[in-house]
Ligand binder design. Structure first.
Ligand SMILES: [Zn+2]
Length: 674
């Protein structure tokens, strides 16, 4: 454990200038110039393939670590840096060297996970398996509630959501679910690779049953039951791209409507067992899913249903069980992602701790690595982006005045949160033990689920963040009309005070513009200034938007990834946000430097630095299997197209690199939504 603490510990400090001496010389150089010269591939014309030009050198000399499915120049490097900081916190808290709120929870969870002995865990899973009953409807509903508490995906999802029609009220959400593979497509596609993967899954399920003590013949029968039930649920599920339209997944059928769709399931028992016996207000996202689920419940034998439920318990438990389970679980991950080696125990435990008590961990992290001044600098950057959006909005020729006024209202109402929430999530009442990791994972999952269900019937709480603040990510949430920039992403190479303005603008500025544009993408635009699903568009402006969005759909559908193509509808919102985001960051940057001379670095103009900084924050190497998985499940386009697809739509890019119209990065026909 001590070793990795000695690795490059370039702490995640936003503003501490002393942080610089802990960075490698290359990092310091990159920070000063904003352009990582070693990452470039100068054999390529930036107007032909800008991603290759900006990242080719980096891609060539940065192999994917064997214990990772992909490696990203920005995200992975920051995450690894954070990892060192977080592990030091956990070690210090566990050893009693650091005091922090909910420190006892952090210490107990971490210790139970780092411990190799899994005897208690095996007892726990056996006891849980023994409780799974499907002989009658009442037992079945009780078992499903218990599994949902344990964090297992049994049949469907039930959680809280703001009511789309009145976002000030939190109601229940019943949604499709119950799959063991990452998406319905895995069960339904008919190509060679998909069929192989499905067979690999079947064998994996059977092997896990054997490990759990089931005879081989029975294990194979169990696996068949699991696959056939899951395939049925997959067919009943709505494809991701269709789910992007909020009208497709908003059906206030309430409890009565849900009970009518699935009368065989004992909802009264399920809700009572989940601590919400009185619930009435429910969005039944995909009503047909529940009708089909009911058919499964009526037509399957109890032993088949038991096999299915047991599998989902074993599936979530496996990573916390003995070595053979952990190895088998990883073997299948390998098939899915191509990752060659299992991640070291400390990283798996860090991830598990993060999932279980992430906000307690973040609290210590933020205290040590994020200053108040950091918040201020970031706030000014966001302001610049908001002003750029306002200016752009004024000049749009396809929007009528009435719609424009409502768009302004939405922009003015937009809230943003930076760094960390004002009030921290507490883990008081969560009981953890020192020696049973599985029991701890289940307790934490149940605790979080009860916290979530307790929101029903109340107004939403702005301090409920979707991700702990050390996370290297950011988001826009339409139902609150709010952007959140966690402390985790406000770090180099996305952001550093030492970096030139152009570099910050191209990297973090674009991220901010991206999140803001989400409020106005194909989905975000359907929610109003207060987060309600309500049309505020005139028919004409709405049609103009759709036409512009269609251009983006068609552009990205031309991009290939192995034997698949980018799904233009699934990725539409992210692509609109990428294109709009870079454009806004560019406008804000242009404005900030309008009254001064250009400051070239290494022969690159500021405009070139801006685009290089953007592109280089997306440099990545991705394993073939993982790239395939992402194309089927990820609403973001692959890194190469997040760069090339975006810059080719900006005339500022063409000017910056003096590209000829007609070259791949400067096509005659461009797409622009915002
Ligand atoms: Zn996004």
């Amino acid at each position: 454990m001590r070793d990795h603490r000695l690795l490059v510990f370039a702490a995640a400090i936003l503003l501490a200038c002393t942080g610089a001496e802990k960075k490698t010389p290359r990092e310091i150089a990159a920070l000063r110039s904003g352009v990582d010269l070693e990452a470039l591939d100068r054999d390529v014309d930036p107007c032909e393939d800008f991603y290759q030009f900006a990242c080719g050198g980096w891609m060539k000399r940065t192999p994917i670590p064997p214990d990772r499915p992909s490696w990203h120049r920005s995200f992975s490097e920051i995450r690894e840096r954070n990892e060192q900081a977080l592990i030091r916190i956990l070690e210090d808290v566990a050893a009693g060297r650091m005091q922090t709120p909910d420190g006892d929870k952090l210490a107990a969870f971490w210790k139970s996970c780092m411990e190799e002995d899994a005897r208690e865990e095996l007892d726990t899973v056996r006891a849980e398996l023994g409780r799974i009953q499907s002989d009658d409807a009442e037992d079945l509903a009780r078992s499903v509630a218990r599994l949902h508490d344990a964090g297992a995906a049994a049949f469907f999802v039930f959680r809280s959501t703001p009511d789309y029609a009145n976002a000030q009220q939190v109601i229940g959400l019943a949604d499709q679910g119950g799959l063991g593979l990452p998406d319905r497509e895995y069960y339904l596609r008919d190509d060679e690779k998909s069929r192989q993967l499905l067979e690999a899954y079947r064998e994996h399920v059977a092997r896990v049953f054997v490990l759990a003590g089931v005879r081989e013949e029975q294990a194979a029968a169990n696996a068949d039951a699991v696959l056939s039930i899951e395939a049925e649920l997959a067919r009943a599920s709505m494809p991701r791209a269709e789910r992007r339209n909020p009208y497709n997944v908003y059906n206030r059928l309430d409890r009565k409507g849900l009970e009518q769709r699935a009368p065989t399931f004992r909802w009264d028992v399920y809700f009572a067992e989940s601590g919400i016996p009185e619930i009435e207000a429910i969005n039944v996202a995909v009503p047909d899913f529940f009708t089909r689920m009911d058919e499964i419940l009526r037509s399957r034998r109890p032993d088949e249903l038991s096999a299915y439920l047991s599998w989902h318990l074993l599936r979530v438990a496996a990573p916390a069980l003995s070595e053979p389970f952990v190895r088998e679980d990883f073997q299948f991950q390998k098939v899915l992602t191509g990752q060659e080696e299992i991640a070291p125990r400390f990283r798996r435990c860090l991830e598990a701790t993060d999932r279980a008590v992430g906000f307690a961990l973040a609290r210590a992290f933020v205290r040590e690595h994020f200053g108040e001044e950091g918040k201020e600098v970031a706030r000014r950057l966001v302001e610049g982006i908001e002003n750029a959006f306002a200016e752009n909005l004024r000049s749009l020729d396809w929007m009528d005045e009435e719609t424009r006024a409502r768009a302004f209202e939405k922009l003015e109402t937009l809230k943003n949160q930076i760094g960390y929430p004002e009030v921290w999530r507490s883990y008081e009442g969560l009981n953890l033990v020192d020696d049973d990791q599985l029991a701890n994972r289940m307790a934490a999952a149940a605790f979080e689920r009860r916290r979530d269900l307790a929101r029903i019937g109340r107004p939403p709480d702005p301090n409920d963040w979707f991700m702990p603040p050390h996370t290297v990510n950011a988001y826009y949430y339409a139902l609150r009309n709010e952007m959140v920039f966690p402390a985790g992403i406000l770090q180099p190479p996305f952001f550093a005070v030492e970096a030139p303005e152009a570099a910050n603008a191209g990297a973090i500025g674009m991220v901010m513009g991206h999140e803001l544009t989400h409020g106005f993408d194909d989905k975000g635009r359907l929610f109003d200034a207060h987060g309600n699903l309500r049309s505020w568009w005139s028919e004409e402006s709405g049609r103009a938007f759709e036409e512009k969005a269609q251009c983006v759909v068609e552009q990205y559908e031309n991009y290939e990834v192995g034997d698949l193509r980018v799904n233009g509808r699934l990725t539409l919102g992210e692509n609109i946000a990428d294109i709009g985001g870079l454009k806004l960051a560019w406008k804000a940057f242009e404005k900030s430097r309008s009254d001064r001379q250009d400051r070239p670095v290494h022969g690159f103009t500021e405009a070139q630095q801006f685009f290089l900084s953007y592109a280089q924050s997306w440099c990545a190497n991705v394993r073939e299997e993982y790239a395939r998985m992402r194309v089927l499940t990820d609403p973001h386009s692959p890194p190469k197209y997040r760069v090339n697809g975006v810059v080719s739509n900006l005339s500022a890019f063409q000017e910056a690199f003096a590209c000829q119209t007609g070259q791949p990065m400067a096509p005659a026909r461009r797409c622009a939504v915002w």
